[in-house]
Write a protein that binds this ligand. Structure first.
Ligand code: AMP
Length: 241
């Protein structure tokens, strides 16, 4: 399929692939010039902090965009339709590179500048997965959790899910601080596929047992570096634990 095509082409053109645990981050970065690993990506992962990623094993694959089309990405027709309606003609590089491996269920860390289509890069494969498997909602137990640093970003992500998901029956709920929790709790009670949350309110509602993560299949940390810069590391660690 397209993804394997991209991967094998990438390998053949001398790009590198490696598995990096938190313990070897520093070493990998030093060796990156020799090994061909993209050092900026390794450094970006390093910023998460050794403790934070201690239990994770991160796969770093350096890929080149090959100018795929949205048809190449094998998204379900109802998502393709929404993409056409949005007026998108071709996937951006971050979308082309992340959507195929995300559809295969691989863990991904994508780095790309603001405004380059990262939201669709994770929203489309998530919607594709949920809609094509026809998962049912359960009160208080989301299948997907997206954590974002600010209320504004959470709202934008919610809008993207509404836009891209307009032809599929996938629900999303927003949870953020600074407003009453009652409507958010009510929405969670009604059942939720995708929960989009800021760390503080999320933790608060988890501690009150309005949110349980035991059905979770997909976790997205949007603008993870910014969340860590903002000092959310303790909250993120507690949520992920
Ligand atoms: P984001 O980086 O996710 O905030 O997206 C930035 C802007 O790019 C948003 O206005 C999106 O609607 C738009 N966008 C995302 N993907 C594409 C695409 N493949 N083609 C054209 N515009 C896009």
């Amino acid at each position: 399929n397209t993804h394997r095509g991209i991967l094998s082409r990438t390998m053949c053109s001398g790009q590198s692939e490696c598995w990096i645990s938190s313990y070897v981050l520093r070493q990998s970065c030093t060796e990156s010039a020799a090994s061909g690993v993209d050092c900026s990506k390794v450094q970006c992962l390093g910023r998460l902090g050794r403790e934070f990623v201690e239990s994770f094993l991160c796969r770093i694959v350096t890929l080149d965009p090959v100018m795929a089309t949205f048809e190449d990405l094998n998204l379900i027709p109802s998502l393709q339709k929404a993409i056409v309606e949005e007026g998108y003609e071709t996937p951006t590089p971050i979308q082309e590179l992340t959507i195929p491996p995300a559809l295969e269920g691989l863990d991904i860390r994508g780095c790309a500048q603001t405004g380059t289509g990262k939201t669709a890069a994770f929203a489309l494969p998530i919607l594709n997965h949920l809609a094509s498997n026809n998962f049912k909602t359960v009160a208080r137990r989301p299948l997907v959790l997206i954590i974002a640093p600010t209320r504004e970003l959470a709202v934008q992500i919610g809008d993207s899910f509404a836009n891209y998901g307009r032809h599929v029956e996938i629900s999303h709920v927003l949870v953020y601080g600074g407003v009453s929790q009652e409507p958010q709790v009510k929405a969670l009670e009604a059942g939720v596929h995708v929960l989009i949350a800021t760390p503080g309110r999320l933790l608060d509602l988890m501690e009150q047992e309005f949110i349980f993560l035991n059905r979770l299949q997909v976790l997205v940390l949007d603008e993870a570096d910014r969340m860590l810069d903002m000092g959310f590391q303790p909250e993120l660690k507690r949520i992920i634990k």
